[in-house]
Ligand binder design. Structure first.
Ligand code: F6P
Length: 356
């Protein structure tokens, strides 16, 4: 059996651990197996940039961040666009899959990767996905690998900000990744003891945020920690068109600076913004993610062995399972606003900026 494997989209800790878990499973459990590493995500399949991998290639990578295969973003909407020869990227991938003699393609990636994987499955290829992303936003799985490592890093950022915020009596806004969803900010916010957590799923009122900062001042707490997701917006901002918002944010990619300025002007406190950015994606996976990645990688190997294609690995209620790619592609797993975890946070006094 000849298996192609690629990592696509933004990297995250645990990719190498998944690759290793998968490789160990197939080399140990499938007879006459060949593993073909595809470089730089789907780009490597489009350009036929591949290499045959040996069991030794997977040694010593369990705890190493990034991906030994390299990765790139290949936008879904461009997949079917035809070039001057009337060929699309999708056509090239199907052609190269066949030319390489692949029996199955394994794709490690997030939302975009799953959409492309679904496209390839619809084109008749055998595909198995594995859900990667620090955003934890893949529909149908309780958790994605990389998420918990990012939570650890983001929490440490908040911990460090806490001491300097307290020393200076400042309101500090820590902007965390997560694209359009708030899982990373919710988890790191709670784990880091944030006073206010602002999520994309719960548009905030800047005046409520100001009120909450002032309320803390009134009770003798002269500093506040605000964990804000990069996708969080005020209720007014959600109603703006994209270009109006960009103008309102002074050309910045998010509204965090704008909110910081508003708090400073209206609560009479000094503010600072901290953006850990790609630190949240770099470095070694945590033990939790090494374990989960190994589980997901080896389970993907089992799916391949059993000829279960057109699916992606998932974890539900602590058990490995799978979803159909067609059910997952194009869907996001948002933080439900009525989630028990939100209720718990509110009950212990954390604000979400939507309080009346
Ligand atoms: O999807 C992972 C992620 O890190 C998001 O949280 C973030 O919005 C995005 O990727 C950043 O992408 P890039 O690495 O292309 O700047």
């Amino acid at each position: 059996m000849r298996i192609g494997i690629l990592t696509s989209g933004g990297d995250c800790p645990g990719l190498n651990a998944v690759i290793r878990g998968f490789a160990k499973y197939v080399f140990n459990n499938i007879r006459d197996v060949e593993l073909i590493g595809i470089s730089e995500g789907y780009l490597g399949l489009i350009e036929k940039d591949t290499r045959r991998m040996q069991p030794s290639d997977f040694s010593g990578i369990l705890n190493v961040g990034g991906t030994i295969l390299g990765t790139s973003r290949t936008p879904f909407k461009k997949m079917k666009e035809e070039d001057s020869d009337g060929k699309s990227r999708l056509d090239m991938m199907v052609k190269n899959y066949k030319a390489l003699g692949l029996d199955v393609l394994v794709t490690l990636g997030g939302g975009g990767t799953h959409k492309n994987a679904g496209l390839l499955a619809d084109a008749g290829l055998n595909v198995v996905g594995i859900p990667k992303t620090i955003d934890n936003d893949i529909w149908g799985t309780d958790v994605t690998f990389g998420f918990h490592t990012a939570v650890d890093i983001a929490t440490e950022c908040i911990d460090r900000i806490h001491t300097t915020a307290a020393s200076h009596g400042r309101t500090m806004l820590i902007e965390l990744m997560g694209h359009k969803v708030g899982w990373l900010t919710l988890y790191a916010g709670i784990a880091g003891g944030a006073d206010i957590i602002l999520l994309p799923e719960m548009p905030y009122d800047p005046d409520t945020v100001v009120k909450m900062v002032r309320r803390r001042l009134d009770t003798g707490k002269d500093f506040s920690i605000i964990a804000i997701a990069e996708g969080a917006m005020s209720a007014a901002e959600t109603k703006m068109k994209k270009n109006e918002r960009a103008e309102y944010w002074n050309g910045r990619a998010t509204g965090t600076e704008r909110l910081a300025q508003y708090i400073e002007e209206n609560a009479g406190v000094e503010t600072r913004v901290v953006i850990p950015g790609h630190l949240q994606r770099g470095g070694n996976p945590s033990p939790y993610d090494r374990f989960l990645s190994t589980q997901m990688g080896s389970f993907a190997g089992e799916l391949v062995k059993n000829g279960k294609f057109g699916v992606t690995v998932a974890m539900r209620n602590n058990e490995m399972t799978y979803n159909r790619l067609s059910d997952v592609a194009g869907k996001l797993k948002y933080v439900p606003v009525d989630d028990q975890r939100i209720a718990m946070a509110r009950a212990i006094g954390i604000y979400f900026g939507d309080e009346k």
